[in-house]
Design a protein around this ligand. Structure first.
Ligand code: AMP
Ligand code: MN
Ligand code: MN
Ligand code: MN
Length: 287
């Protein structure tokens, strides 16, 4: 069986645990031959990822995962096949990173006021001077003994109503899609089943996304169960969206799903890679 392309993954350029070269190496060892690197709000990992993919004979898909505020909540839009020299995309992402820098300090201040000091510094150290995500705070809280696991720490500290939550505005849906398109990329709604939205609200999002020029839906995600996959496949068919697939791999210790294990695209959904020229598409895993 050929292994599906994996079009969603993270490196140390954002909140992943592996440097880009290590990530591609691991993907290769798990049979993946087509991998997109889609770090949050940065293109910094792309040159190393590209070089590593080339050395391994893999297809490299330059990508990004853009943080968006839509209808008062945060959603993620993945851009695939983006040109990392695009001014429009780089300027847009730079604004998001500025907000991230401020937010990280504010999360630190709020945790400090709630009796958890020093976490901004710990999170910043864990990020190695790159952008700081809530994931870094989660790891810092676990490392300092305030929580047992990264999963539980979000619920206790980092979501609405909790001491380390900071509200704010990311990009608009329209801007995120426009930046991706200006960079020659294809825009995809990431992990649609993870948003806490009613079916009606979700379908409003899909309609607004299509209006903005978005073309893909992550039908297959490492964070979707079987039912969610089939629900999202039906939405993709209804809205004429192409199906994308990605593990959303961050951390070898805590994978949603291991790389190379994505299920096949459900019938009736056109894969977003249907017209891409890929050498790795028909490769079969050698173990
Ligand atoms: P940020 O973009 O800095 O707000 O951080 C969002 C990131 O936190 C996501 O990309 C996930 O990697 C991680 N995340 C969010 N919620 C959870 C959760 N419940 N468990 C584990 N990781 C999470
Ligand atoms: Mn993440
Ligand atoms: Mn995401
Ligand atoms: Mn992701």
């Amino acid at each position: 069986m050929p292994i599906s392309p994996d079009l969603h993954s993270h490196s140390t350029a954002s909140d992943g645990c592996l440097a880009p070269a290590k990530l591609f190496q691991r993907a290769y060892e798990h049979g993946v031959r087509v991998l997109a690197l889609t770090d949050h709000d940065t293109l910094e990992g792309l040159p190393e990822g590209r070089a590593s993919a080339l050395a391994l004979g893999m297809d490299f898909i330059p990508g990004v995962e853009v943080s968006v505020t839509w209808n008062g909540g945060t959603i993620h839009i993945v851009g695939l096949g983006v040109d990392s020299d695009s001014d429009e995309l780089n300027q847009g992402l730079a604004k998001l990173r500025e907000f991230r820098d401020w937010r990280a300090e504010e999360i630190g201040r709020r945790l400090e006021r709630s009796g958890y000091p020093g976490l901004f510094e710990r999170a910043r150290d864990l990020s190695n001077g790159r952008l700081i995500s809530r994931t870094h705070f989660a790891r810092a809280l676990v490392a300092s003994g305030h929580a047992d696991s990264v999963a539980g720490v979000f619920r206790r500290f980092l979501v609405r109503g909790k001491p380390g939550h900071v509200a704010g505005e990311w990009a608009s849906l329209e801007d995120a899609v426009a930046w991706i398109r200006a960079a020659g990329g294809q825009a995809v709604i990431a992990h649609p089943a993870r948003y806490r939205m009613t079916r009606t609200r979700l379908r409003k999002l899909f309609a607004a996304f299509v209006d903005a020029g978005g073309i893909g839906l992550e039908v297959i995600s490492g964070s979707h169960n079987r039912d969610e996959t089939f629900t999202m496949a039906a939405h993709a068919r209804d809205f004429g969206l192409l199906g994308s697939a990605g593990s959303d791999f961050h951390d070898p210790a805590n994978p949603w799903i291991e790389m190379g294990r994505l299920p096949a695209m459900p019938g009736g959904v056109q894969p977003i890679w249907h017209d891409w020229e890929l050498k790795g598409l028909h490769a079969t895993a050698v173990h």
